[in-house]
Design a protein around this ligand. Sequence first.
Ligand code: FRU
Length: 722
Amino acid sequence: MRAARRLWIVVAMCCVSSVFGSVAEDLVIADFEGDTYVGWQVTGQAFGAGPARGALPGQMQVDGFLGQGLVNSFVGGDDAVGTLTSAEFVIERRFVSFLIGGGRGQRLALQLLVDGQVVRSATGSNDVPGGSEQLQPESFDVTELAGRRAVVRIVDEQQGSWGHINVDQIVQTDVRPRGYLTNVERTWSARTRYLQIPIRNGAAKRVVTLLVSGREVVRNDMELADGAADWWASVDISGYRDQEVTLRVDRLHEDSGALQNVEAVDQLRGDDSLYAEPLRGQFHFSPRRGWNNDPNGCVYYNGEYHLFFQHNPYGWSWGNMHWGHAVSRDLVHWEELGDVLQPDSLGPMFSGSAVVDWNNTSGLGADGKPPLVLIYTAAGNPTVQCVASSTDGRNFVKYAGNPVVGQVTGGNRDPKVFWHAATKQWVMVLYVELEGRHTVHFLTSANLLEWKPASVVEGDRQGGRYLFECPDFFELAVDGDVSRRKWVLLAANSEYGLGGFDGLRFQPDQERLSGHRGRGFYAAQSFSDVPDGRRILIGWWQTETREMPFNQSMTVPLELGLVSTGEGPRLTFAPVRELQVLRRGTTELGSMELSPGQQNPLREVECELADVELEFAPGTARSLTLSVRGVPVEYDVVRQELVVAGQRAAAPLQAGRQRLRVLCDRTGLEVFASGGLCYVPLPFNVSSQNRSLHVEARGGTAKLQSLVVHELGSAWQRGSKQ
Ligand code: FRU
C-alpha cells in the first residue's frame, strides 16, 4: 500500500513536469552567505579566506549580488591570483545560473568541469579602464549533461587592470533564464543632429560602441533602459552627415527594447524643461545631462571664460570621462557647448588644465592666433599626460604626438600648467601617487610638448597625507601688497601649503593648512590668463540631484586672496563681484537692535534664490541666527564659530564684528564669514516650499549694523544667447 502511494506521487510529478515544463525546485550550489568557503577548495591569495561582503579596499562600489556575501577575487588587489573549486555535484536541472562580474579575459572565469574537462565557461564584462563592478545574471544550458557529475571552478589567473572576478548565487534551475544577444547593432544614415539614447539609472552597464562607416569611433558604458527610460542621453552625430552611423551594444537581454528605442532627432527630449528642472541650481553651473565632477581647463581666451569639466554624458554617476565644455563672458551666465575630449585608445579623459600659449611656443597656433592648449590625463594603462589645442575656442584637436609625459606611476594625474614669467618656461604641477604616498611633481617645458622633471614635493610627516589629487599652484599678494607674495599649492580637498618657488622647486613655509570649512567641495581649479589678474577659483560642488537627468554642479566662481592673521597669511574666499548682475529686488534693514523674543524683522520677505549680507556686533547676545529658507546659519558668539545646518567652522570676529554673506540656491548654501577666512559650502536640496527668512538673537542683545537681502534671478538664459 505504501509503495503504491509513493509510485503514484512520482507519476503525478512527472506528469506535472511534462505539462508545465518545470516544477522542480532550484538547487542552490552556493550563495556565499557564510564566513568561509565551506566545501570549496581554495588555492592562491586572490579569494581570501572567505566570501567578501561587497567592495574590498581600493575597489569601486560592487553591486548586483544577492544577500550579504559574494566571491570577490580583489583580495590583495588586482595582482593576486588563485582558484576556488566546489565539491562535486550531480547535474539535475537544465540550467546552471549565476551572477558574475569583474574583469573579462581568458584567465578570469567561472567554469563548469565534467570529468576534469571544462565544458562551459563564462567571464566578467570589463577589459578597459572605467567600467562597472556590477554582477550580472548568466547561465549555462546543461540539458545534455543531465546526470553527470560536475564541479564549478572560479579562476583568477589574471594580473593588472581588471585582474579580478566576482561571483554569487550559483544555482541549478529548470526555469530558463532570460537569454542575451551579443553585439547587437542598429545603423542610421546620419541626417539629424543627435542619436537619443534611453537611460535607466542603476540598470546593468552595457558597452556601447559608436561606429562611423564601419570604423570604431568611441566606446562608452551605458545603463541602457530595456523598457521605460529615466532620461535620455545623446550622441552628437552632426559631424558625420550622410554617413552610416552604427550603435553596437555588447549584450542585451533578448527582449530588451533599448536599441529599438534609440531615436534620431534634432530636438532632444526634455529640452522644453531644460534649466527649469526642480533641482537645477539656478546660478551654479551644471551640465544639461549626465554627471560632472572636477572643473578642468579653466581659462580666459578670446573674450570668454572657458570652463571644461569631467563629464559623463551617458550616466547619472561617474564614468566614461569626457571633457564637457561651457563658456561665459561674465562668469555668471554659462552656455554649455558639446564635449571636446572623448575617451580614446589612451583611456578615459581625466582632469587637467588649459593655458593660452601667447608666444606659440608649441607651434599649435595658426594664422597668428595663439592656441588655447589643454593638458589632460589619459587614464588608460599606462596613465599618461596629453595635449589638445584649439585656435577658435570651439574646435579642439588632440596632439598627434600624444602622450607628452609618459607614466610616472599608475597614480599620476591632473596636470596643472602655468607660464612662469621669471624663468620664462612652462611649469606642470602633477599629482603622483608614489609608493602609497601623495606627492606633487614639478616638471618644466619650453614648448608644452617636451617636459623634464624638476622637483618633487613629498608627502608631509603625517602619514604621507600631504596634498592629494588635482593640485593647483599660483602666486598671490598678501593683503593686496604685490611686494609681499606667496606661492599657494592647493589640493583637491582645498588644503594648501604656502611658500616660495624658484621656477623648479616649491619650499613650503609650514605643514598643510585647511581650506574650506563645509562639505561637498572638491577638486577646485583656478582660471588661467584672467585679464585683470584676479585669481578666480571654481570647485566641484557635490550637489546630488536625484530624479533629475543630471547630477552634481560647480560652486560659484570664487575670488581668492591672502590676508595676514596672527598665525601668518591665510587664504580667503569671496564670491566674484560679477554675481551682482543677478540681483533683482533688494530689501534693506538699517541699523537696529536684535533681542530675544523680538518679532522677526524679515517676516515680510520671501525669496527662492538669495544673496544675503549681514553685519553685526554681538553685544550681549550668545548667538545670532539667520535662517534662509529654513536652513539655520548660526553665529555662536561664545565660540566664535559659524554653525550652518549643524556644520561648525571657526569664524573669528574682526574688530568686534562679524559679516556674513549667504548665497542660497536650490541645491544648497555657500556661506562666507570673517572676511572670507571662513567659507562653508554646503550642498543639499533646499525645501522648495519654504521661502522665508528669519533673523534672531539669543541670550542677549546684538547690534545689527546692516542686513541686505538680494533676491536673485536665474543665470540660465534659455533659448537666447548671452
Ligand atoms: C578627482 C579625480 C581626479 C581625476 C578625476 C577623474 O575628483 O579623481 O583625480 O582626474 O577625478 O574623474
